[in-house]
Design a protein around this ligand. Structure first.
Ligand code: GTP
Ligand code: MG
Length: 600
C-alpha cells in the first residue's frame, strides 16, 4: 500500500489511485481489484458502497459460539442448508466468541433461519427475530461434518492493534510520512468492524420493521465516512420516508395512520418509544440512555454482542449527507485520511478532544479544520477543492434535500472533477502535517471563521472563540460549544506541535522521534524516558522514585526492573507527605511531574 502511495505522490496525478481509496472495504472485491495502471473507470459512489454494505448485512448472521474452534462445526452445520461466502471471528469486550457468517444470498439466509433457527423456550421471554443468534451444543451426540473448504477469514478480527507493537513499528519507520501511513493502516476501522456496525443497524431494522413502513436504519459518522478508527462509536439514523411509489395518488386503498398528538415534537415521542423498545426488545442492548431534549434527540446504548457503543437519532439525513461529503473528500486524495487520522490522534493525546461532550472541540470539527487546511493555496499548491466548486459542478442526479429543506447538493461522482481542481500540491505527509500545525499557529481565530465552502477564511459573524461554518447549514457554527480557554489551548497546542515536530525530525533519532513525540502521552513518554526500561544506562533507577528509607512497599524492591517499572506505573503513592531525596533537581522535577500526572 505504501509503495503505491509513494509512487502516486511522486508521479503527480492520482487519477486512478483515488479509486483504490474509494474502496476502503476489502470485502468489495469489485473495488479492490483495481490497480494503478487501470484506466479511469466508473467511480463507485457513496450510495453504491452503502447499498453494498446493507445488502451484505441482509445476507449475514452473527452467531455466538464457544470458541474459534467451533468454526468447523458451525460451517459444517450451516453449509448443509445454504452456501456460505465467508466466516469472520471476533470476541466482544466480555471475551465471548462470535462468528459473523455471510451467506451467498438473502434467500440463503432465509432458508437457514427457516430450517435451523429456533427460539429458547422461556416463560419470561417474548420471542423475537433478529440477526444475532447463538449456536446450541448437541447433547450426547457427535455429529460428523465435512471439512470446510475455506478457513476463517479472520480470528479475533475486532481486536485493536496493541499500542506497544504500534509504537515499536513507528519507531522503526524510515520517515515521518511512513509513520503517518503506518498509524493510519493499523488503526483504521477494518472490514469486520464495518460489517458489524451494519449488522447492528440491520438488527434494529428487523425488529422495528413492523412498526414503521419502509423504515431504514443507516450508519453515519465515522463508521462510514472513512475517518473511523477501530472501536469507534456507531452513529445511527432511523428514517422512514415514503417512496414515490408508496404515495402514488392513483392507488385507492390508503393506509389509516396514526398522527402523533400532544405538545412534544413527534420525533421526541418516537425516540422515547425507541428507547423503550431497545431496552426491552433488542438482544445485546444495554445501558440505554435517552437524551430527548437535545436539538437532535438521541438514544444511546451499548451493544454488548458486537462491542459497539451506539447513538441512534431520528430522520437526521443531513448527518448522513455530511458523512458522504467527508467520505468524498477522503476519497479524492490518498493523503487526506492518513493526515486526518494522525491529527485526530494527536488531538486526543494532548487532550484537545475527549470522548465526553463538553466545551472542547470534537473530531468532526477537527476534521473540517484538516480539510480546510488542505484547500489552502500554499506555495506547493492545494490538495482539495472548496465545497462551492463541488456544488457548482453537481448535476440533477446529485440533488439531495434533507429535513428542514437543507440543501445537500454536491457532486457525487468524483470522476467529474477536472484534474486541475485537486491534488495540485505534491507535498508528502510529513510536510503537510507540519504545514497544518504552522497554518493554525498563524490563523487569525479572533476575526476569521473556517469555511470549507469557500476554502478561504471568512469574516466571523459573531465573537464566539472558534467559528467553523457548518458546510451544509452555513448559518450554523459546528464549534459553537468551544470555550475561550479551549480555543486558547488549541492555539497553544498547534504551536507546540509545530515546534515539537520540527525539532524531533532533525538530528539524531531519540525516543520521541517524529510522530512518537506527538502521539504518545507525555506522561508515558516521561516515565519511559526516565526509567529506560531494559536499558543499562537509565537516567534514574526505580528506587529513585521513592524515599530510600521507605521500606513499607516491598513490592518494588523484590521485583525485577521491568516488573518494578510496571508496578511504579500503577501503584498509587499514599505517603505524599514523606520527604524524598533525589540525585539531582532534574530527576526531582521529572518525578514531581509524573506524580502530578497520576502515573505513579
Ligand atoms: P467520532 O465519533 O468522534 O469518531 O467522529 P464522528 O465523525 O462520528 O463525529 P460525531 O459522532 O460527533 O458526529 C457524527 C456525524 O454527525 C459527523 O460525522 C457528521 O457527519 C455529523 N455531525 C456532527 N456534528 C454535526 C453538526 O453540528 N451538524 C450536522 N448537520 N451534522 C453533524
Ligand atoms: Mg461518531
Amino acid at each position: 500500500m505504501f509503495v503505491l502511495f509513494q509512487t502516486v505522490i511522486n508521479t503527480g496525478k492520482h487519477y486512478s489511485f483515488r479509486k483504490i481509496l474509494n474502496a476502503p472495504l476489502p470485502s468489495c472485491k469489485c473495488l479492490l481489484n483495481r490497480n494503478i495502471s487501470d484506466a479511469p473507470k466508473k467511480f463507485i459512489t457513496f450510495d453504491e458502497v452503502v447499498a453494498q454494505r446493507r445488502a451484505e448485512a441482509q445476507r449475514s448472521l452473527v452467531v455466538q459460539v464457544n470458541s474459534e474452534s467451533s468454526f468447523n462445526e458451525l460451517y459444517g452445520y450451516c453449509s448443509r442448508y445454504a452456501s456460505i461466502n465467508g466466516i469472520h471471528h471476533y470476541k466482544n469486550n466480555g471475551g465471548e466468541h462470535f462468528m459473523l457468517i455471510e451467506f451467498a444470498s438473502e434467500d440463503n439466509l432465509k432458508d437457514i433461519l427457516r430450517s435451523c433457527g429456533s427460539h429458547h423456550k422461556d416463560l419470561d421471554v417474548m420471542a423475537l427475530q433478529s440477526p444475532f443468534l447463538w449456536f446450541r451444543a448437541v447433547a450426547n451426540k457427535k455429529e460428523k461434518f465435512t471439512v470446510p473448504e475455506t478457513q476463517l477469514i479472520n480470528k479475533d478480527g475486532t481486536l485493536p492493534v496493541n499500542e506497544d507493537t504500534l509504537f515499536e513499528q513507528l519507531s522503526h519507520c524510515k520517515t515521518v510520512s511512513d509513520q503517518i501511513q503506518v498509524l493510519y493502516e493499523h488503526t483504521m476501522l477494518n472490514d469486520l468492524g464495518v460489517r458489524l456496525r451494519y449488522m447492528v443497524a440491520r438488527q434494529l431494522e428487523t425488529i422495528m420493521e413492523s412498526l414503521y413502513a419502509n423504515m431504514a436504519v443507516r450508519p453515519f459518522g465515522s463508521s462510514v465516512n472513512g475517518f473511523g478508527k477501530m472501536g469507534c462509536d456507531l452513529d445511527l439514523v432511523l428514517t422512514n420516508e415514503l417512496t414515490q411509489e408508496m404515495t402514488d395518488p392513483n392507488k385507492r386503498l390508503v393506509y389509516q395512520e396514526k398522527k402523533c398528538e400532544g405538545g412534544r415534537s413527534p420525533w421526541q415521542r418516537h425516540m422515547e418509544l425507541m428507547g423503550e423498545l431497545i431496552e426491552l426488545r433488542v438482544p445485546g442492548a444495554t445501558r440505554v440512555q435517552r437524551i430527548l431534549n437535545a436539538r437532535v434527540p438521541i438514544v444511546k446504548y451499548a451493544h454488548e454482542l458486537s462491542g459497539v457503543d451506539c447513538d441512534l437519532c431520528y430522520s437526521n439525513m443531513s448527518g448522513v449527507y455530511m458523512s458522504e461529503l467527508l467520505w468524498l473528500y477522503g476519497s479524492l486524495d490518498p493523503r487526506v485520511r492518513p493526515l486526518t487520522f494522525v491529527i485526530r490522534r494527536w488531538a486526543q493525546t494532548v487532550g484537545l478532544t475527549n470522548p465526553h461532550p463538553g466545551r472542547w472541540i470534537t473530531n468532526f470539527p477537527l476534521t473540517l479544520m484538516v480539510l480546510f487546511f488542505l484547500q489552502q493555496k500554499t506555495k506547493d499548491g492545494f490538495v482539495l477543492p472548496p465545497l462551492k466548486f463541488m456544488s457548482k459542478i453537481a448535476t440533477k442526479d446529485d440533488i439531495r434535500i434533507a429535513e428542514d429543506y437543507v440543501n445537500c447538493t454536491f457532486v457525487r461522482d468524483l470522476n467529474r472533477l477536472p484534474p486541475e481542481s485537486y491534488g495540485q500540491s505534491q507535498s508528502n505527509l510529513q510536510t503537510l502535517l507540519l504545514q497544518f500545525f504552522e497554518f493554525y499557529s498563524q490563523f487569525d481565530f479572533q476575526d476569521k471563521a473556517i469555511s470549507i465552502n469557500e476554502g478561504a477564511p471568512v469574516r466571523k459573524p459573531n465573537n464566539l472563540p472558534l467559528y467553523i461554518v457548518n458546510p451544509i447549514e452555513q448559518a450554523l457554527n459546528v464549534s459553537r460549544n468551544v470555550s475561550f480557554e479551549e480555543c486558547e489551548r488549541l492555539k497553544m497546542e498547534v504551536r507546540n506541535a509545530a515546534w515539537q515536530l520540527e525539532s524531533c525530525t532533525e538530528g539524531d533519532r531519540t525516543d520521541d522521534w517524529g510522530l512518537l513525540g506527538l502521539i504518545e502521552k507525555r506522561t508515558t513518554r516521561g516515565l519511559k524516558k526516565l526509567l529506560r526500561v531494559g536499558n543499562s544506562h537509565r537516567l534514574v533507577s526505580v528506587k529513585d522514585l521513592f524515599n530510600e528509607e521507605d521500606t513499607s512497599d516491598k513490592r518494588l524492591s523484590k521485583k525485577s526492573d521491568k516488573e518494578s517499572a510496571k508496578v511504579a506505573q500503577t501503584v498509587k503513592v499514599e505517603k505524599k507527605e514523606q520527604k524524598i531525596k533525589f540525585k539531582n533537581t532534574t530527576i526531582a522535577n521529572e518525578v514531581y511531574r509524573i506524580r502530578r500526572d497520576k502515573i505513579v
